[in-house]
Write a protein that binds this ligand. Sequence first.
Ligand code: NDP
Ligand code: 8X3
Length: 251
Amino acid sequence: MAKTAFITGATSGIGKATAVLLARHGINLILCGRREDKLQELKESMEKEVKVHTLAFDVRERQAVERAIGSLPTQWQQINFLINNAGNAHGLSPIHEGSVDDWDAMMDGNVKGLLYVSKPIIRGMVARRSGHIVNIGSIAGKEVYPNGNVYCASKHAVDALTEGMRLDLNPYGIKVSGIHPGAVQTDFSVVRFKGDTQRADHVYKGYQPLVADDIADVIWYVISQPAHVVIADLVVMPTAQASATVMHKQV
Ligand code: NDP
Ligand code: 8X3
């Protein structure tokens, strides 16, 4: 029987590339994001390959998340893979100058949103005693870099939650994986710098960054392992990157 993946942040970047790749592998998809038009476009482009269901909601709005997941028709309720990918950085400022609205957006989206989405889906996995959760963390969840403060804190929280999920779900045979990318060229920096595309482009100048397809490949590798294997924790960076702050740029 075909499997089903629930992907948050499927309208762009890593989530979108993952949706496209999983569809090629015959996995039915529940695609989520706030931008309904993008979800609809994706659905239309993939429906020849697999079944697609879309849910438009903001992960920060607890009731909207519960409503959306609660609205899933019976045939969509058996979720095999939960890809917790939705998230963004907002701003890059010293701690004493950061915007509190940006802090809220990151903690509410990257941390609380992930929890709101996960709970109802995990309950189904526990009842069925099977499932695989893939949390997209970041190199920022392994290291803290200057001015990254709250984004790094949010991704450290994702790392801790990944470990916590793995411990608590161990008796139920549920796999939990954390994938931690370094620099990937997506809309990530455009969002971080509030639409300043010049500043965003500069982040990826002078070296070859990862692209969303690289991370989609890693996600596919992680979820296609045999039943007895879990890739628990994986850091993936561009070859030019050695840590959150060390990047070999040719300028
Ligand atoms: P993009 O900006 O391209 O994609 C972000 C996705 O998250 C979009 O689909 C967006 O959908 C969704 N999203 C953001 N906020 C919300 C929200 N409040 N509610 C619902 N959906 C939301 O960036 P990436 O693809 O790069 O980012 C995906 C994940 O990868 C993030 O968790 C990010 O932190 C992580 N990451 C990215 C790295 C990079 O260098 N790019 C490196 C390491 C980790 P919509 O706007 O439609 O709601
Ligand atoms: C995205 C990578 O280094 O900009 O999580 O935080 S970084």
